[in-house]
Design a protein around this ligand. Structure first.
Ligand code: DX5
Ligand code: ZN
Length: 226
């Protein structure tokens, strides 16, 4: 299993959700030719978010993705129930939503389960959740995924308040003194990535990267901003 910490940060993690539905595996796998090291896979259950577009474990497991770091973003209720299947699929990072649970204990149990399985444990917050809600978990989490749009759909507009939120999370990480990775997801393009580049380690980007004829130059534009 490759770990994010084995690769140089910052990185861009293309979101497979934005690939052409009929050719997603090959389109995502091709990004390796452009230096992509991390692929971001979204899992939506139609309950935590209205949409139900899922990269099930069988998809994530495809041999076409060998060599990529697999970054799984669970937008589901009861995420703990999905952990084993994604560990088996070779996920290197499993991120779930803080809002998926009512109790801190349930969040902690899920983080522990992901880490015990050998993956990095990521915790995500939606735009309305205060950054301070992360505090109880700063001592155990490996990665924080800041949503810069409401989760559930690609192609939305970056929420400008995310810049201050990224800055605040970076300062929490500094205070904690642990090597916690900060990832941002939603509306990331050549302009918005620049706004948060001082704070963020991994930029998830979907609709900006895929569906155009110039993946390479778009990828370069994101990298140059880091
Ligand atoms: C949205 C997903 C994202 C999505 C990002 O809920 O978590 O990963 O694919 O897409 P863009 O970059 O188009 O906002
Ligand atoms: Zn995502």
């Amino acid at each position: 299993m490759r770990q994010i910490r084995d690769v140089f940060l910052p990185q861009v993690a293309p979101s497979v959700l934005a690939c052409n539905r009929h050719n997603a595996i090959l389109e995502a796998a091709e990004t390796k030719d452009y230096g992509v090291k991390i692929l971001h896979f979204d899992m939506m259950d139609g309950k935590f978010v209205p949409q139900k577009t899922s990269f099930h474990p069988g998809f994530v497991m495809s041999h076409h993705f060998d060599g990529f770091i697999k970054d799984v973003h669970l937008m589901v209720i009861n995420p703990i129930n999905r952990v084993d299947a994604y560990l088996e699929a070779g996920a290197d990072v499993i991120t779930f939503h803080l809002e998926a649970y009512k109790t801190k204990k349930a969040v902690m149990r899920t983080i522990e389960k992901i880490k015990a399985g050998g993956a990095l444990a990521g915790l995500s917050i939606k735009p309305d959740t205060p950054v301070s809600a992360l505090l109880p978990f700063m001592g155990m989490v490996d990665l924080i995924l800041l949503m810069s749009v409401e989760p559930g759909m690609g192609g939305q507009k970056f929420m400008p308040e995310s810049v201050q939120r990224a800055k605040d999370i970076r300062s929490l990480i500094r205070k904690e003194g642990r090597d916690i990775i900060l990832e941002i997801d939603g509306g990331i393009n050549a302009v918005t990535s620049k706004l948060v580049s001082s704070y963020v380690d991994i930029f998830v980007s979907g609709s900006y990267l895929f569906g155009h004829s110039d993946f390479k130059s778009r990828m370069l534009a994101l990298i140059e901003n880091q």
